[in-house]
Ligand binder design. Structure first.
Ligand SMILES: [Zn+2]
Length: 64
């Protein structure tokens, strides 16, 4: 069952999205599937391969 809210805010999620999460200062990589609202989905899309920074992590859409 889908979550009622976005991973990063209280908005309703739009879609489940494959997200690669990493730290700028390490080789650690995590492949996650997150529910995102339109706003956060667009933020990640805009950040592209540089990644969207949030709470010490960088995030981009796609696992590759
Ligand atoms: Zn959101």
């Amino acid at each position: 069952m889908p979550l009622e809210r976005c991973q990063f805010c209280t908005a309703r999620p739009r879609e489940e999205t494959a997200v690669l999460r990493w730290r700028a200062d390490s080789d650690e990589r995590e492949r996650l599937t997150l529910w995102l609202c339109t706003r956060h989905l667009e933020r990640m899309q805009r950040s592209g391969t540089r990644g969207w920074a949030h709470q010490g992590w960088l995030h981009k859409i796609g696992w590759w």
